[in-house]
Design a protein around this ligand. Structure first.
Ligand SMILES: [Zn+2]
Ligand SMILES: [Zn+2]
Length: 215
């Protein structure tokens, strides 16, 4: 329901400057607006049935699209938060939940996203223990803050997940992550395009140099 209610907003995160048929009621397209979603991300959330487009809604002028039709777009029923990565989740929250409209602090998601990007774009597959500890405690705090906003049961569940994460071997975590990713891609009907190999050697999370893996 959330996605369906916000489809017009999210549509213009993919097509920021082109009007759509819904814009006659509330215009969301703007010349200077930047694209926040890629087609791939949008397609994970919505399906587009061109057959449902209303004649006359899509307009072109001199081969240039002047207006798009939103009528064929609908939220995918099977999409869950679990299927979104932090980049997509952050973009959706930023677009659909203006500051003050929901509880919590936008910085919490930003911290998680920044940490994810730091790890994913790290030139070598290692970080020092002090860097690890500093970043780990920051995102642990952010995750717990978000969980506490959701509610006490979720907070308890999250705390349990974090401690099981801390007690696990890295290879176990990577395997579980791989399984989750496969499941997600299976649900999304996409082929798995390769995933970093799970290393055979077992690493403790608290090892001096913590190996990191691009996901
Ligand atoms: Zn529109
Ligand atoms: Zn339309």
């Amino acid at each position: 329901m959330f996605l369906e209610n916000n489809k017009h907003v999210l549509f213009h995160e993919l097509y920021p400057s082109t009007l759509c048929c819904e814009c006659t009621k509330r215009s969301l397209a703007a010349e200077q607006k930047k694209c926040r979603l890629t087609e791939l991300q949008f397609d994970l959330l919505f399906e587009t049935d061109r057959g449902q487009e209303v004649q006359g809604h899509k307009r072109t002028q001199n081969d240039q699209i002047k207006q798009l039709c939103l009528c064929g777009v609908s939220a995918k029923r099977k999409t869950t938060v679990d299927m979104m990565d932090i980049t997509l989740l952050s973009a959706v929250v930023k677009s659909c939940c203006p500051p003050g409209s929901i509880s919590g602090n936008p910085t919490w998601i930003k911290d998680i996203k920044r940490t994810r990007n730091f790890i994913a774009h790290s030139p070598c597959n290692k970080i020092t223990e002090s860097e690890f500890n500093q970043r780990y405690s920051l995102i642990e705090k952010s995750v717990l803050n978000i969980a506490s906003v959701v509610g006490p049961v979720f907070l308890k569940l999250t705390k349990a997940q974090i401690s099981s994460f801390k007690d696990s071997e890295l290879s176990t975590i990577l395997e579980a992550d791989l399984q989750k990713k496969e499941q997600r891609q299976f649900t999304a009907g996409k082929q798995i395009k390769g995933f970093p190999m799970v290393q055979n050697r077992k690493f403790k999370l608290r090892q001096r140099h913590v190996p990191i893996s691009r996901a």
